[in-house]
Design a protein around this ligand. Structure first.
Ligand SMILES: Cc1ncc(COP(=O)(O)O)c(C=O)c1O
Length: 365
């Protein structure tokens, strides 16, 4: 249960059918060589459609296709920030941001939040303390906390970042899973938001495709991002582009997303049952859970205890910029187990272990 996956049971069948459809249509003849770095026109049009459905309308010419959202994050950070630059982020924050920031020698300063997510007043305070250039956020179903920022909170955040001229990097990879989705930051602050998304959470990581768009009117940033994609992968994988374009055209993408949502809903309902006696705020639909532990637990000791029982979760340390920030919490993916029964078994083990007194667990050697 350490990483997210396609939970919808029809995923492999629909993927197989779609690939057969592509093969039968002779479309493979179109992908014999290198393609434009940002993706061919067909895939950029399909990506613009997907982005628009997710509340980030864009001109297809402004779309940059990447080999996943993580690749888009690398492309943005490497093209708009320089070593030593400060980027603000949630505390805890997405481990992929920490990894790219380390590689590019950027400084991540994390910001306190409450039950509703990152606090605008704390962003303001951080801007007074440090010369921050950017703010990174996952506004829907944040990884790891699963918090979705309300419309009001988004508006307040935008007011602060606008006042300080911060660039926003909006990673909306979970956005397609959220019903009644609030406005994207890209629509509230189009002049300075880089918007990233992809299919890994709404469908499956295996399709390996991501979409990025730079702030409206900032052609220079778009050129730099395309250069970053070119320097790292030359172009996005044309096979992935073809699968995605076909899934949009045959209507199966919408079907897969709906099935993923309803499967995740059923799985979160199982989680709600297994953790009924804990004070947890679980979202209705999410591919992962964030489980605060009693303060006596160290997150790595807890994960170790689960590993011994063949249950794999990610410790809070992976989402902390410094060891001091690591919370006694773990993240478990409800999408990872192949079946609901397997999920229930894993969750029952986690819940049982959460009820243990940490010092008693060492007696079992
Ligand atoms: C917030 C966030 N962004 C990006 C990624 C990685 O996305 P992709 O598989 O599209 O590269 C993840 C995966 O866990 C994620 O949680």
């Amino acid at each position: 249960m350490s990483s997210n996956a396609a939970a919808a049971s029809n995923f492999s069948r629909i993927l197989t059918e779609t690939i057969a459809e592509i093969g039968g249509s002779g479309a493979m003849d179109d992908i014999r060589g290198y393609e434009p770095v940002a993706g061919n026109e067909r895939v950029r049009m399909a990506a613009a459609q997907f982005m628009e459905q997710n509340g980030a309308a864009t001109d297809p010419d402004a779309v940059i296709c990447t080999s996943g959202t993580q690749h888009g994050l690398f492309a943005v950070l490497s093209s708009v920030l320089s070593p030593g630059d400060v980027i603000l982020a949630d505390r805890p924050t997405f481990s992929g941001l920490i990894a790219v920031a380390r590689l590019l020698k950027l400084v991540v300063v994390t910001i306190k939040g409450d039950d509703e997510g990152i606090l605008p007043s704390e962003i303001e305070a951080a801007c007074q303390r440090v010369d921050a250039k950017a703010l990174f956020l996952v506004p829907c179903l944040a990884n790891p906390t699963t918090i979705t920022l309300s419309e009001q909170r988004r508006v307040e955040i935008v007011a602060v970042v606008c006042r300080h001229g911060l660039i926003v990097i909006e990673d909306d990879i979970y956005g397609a899973l959220v019903d009644d989705k609030p406005s994207t930051l890209a629509s509230l602050y189009p002049e300075n938001t880089f918007y990233l998304t992809g299919l890994s959470k709404a469908v499956s990581p295996s399709v390996r495709i991501g979409f990025a768009k730079s702030p409206v009117g900032n052609e220079k940033a778009a050129e730099f991002m395309a250069a970053a994609v070119g320097a790292t992968t030359l172009m996005m994988n044309p096979l992935s582009a073809m699968v995605f374009t076909r899934l949009i055209a045959n209507g199966k993408l919408a079907q897969l997303i709906n099935e993923q949502k309803s499967e995740l809903k059923a799985r979160m309902a199982i989680a709600a049952e297994e953790f009924a006696d804990f004070d947890l705020r679980l979202p209705e639909v999410s591919p992962h859970l964030w489980l605060p532990l009693s303060p006596q637990w160290h997150n790595e000791a807890f994960s170790e205890q689960l590993r011994a029982q063949e249950v794999f979760v990610l410790g809070g340390s992976g989402f902390a910029v410094t060891p001091r920030e690591a919370l006694p919490s773990v993240r478990g993916s409800v999408s990872a187990p192949r079946t609901r029964a397997e999920l229930r078994r894993g969750l029952a083990i986690i819940a049982r272990t959460m009820r243990l007194e940490p010092h008693l667990t060492s007696l079992s050697v």
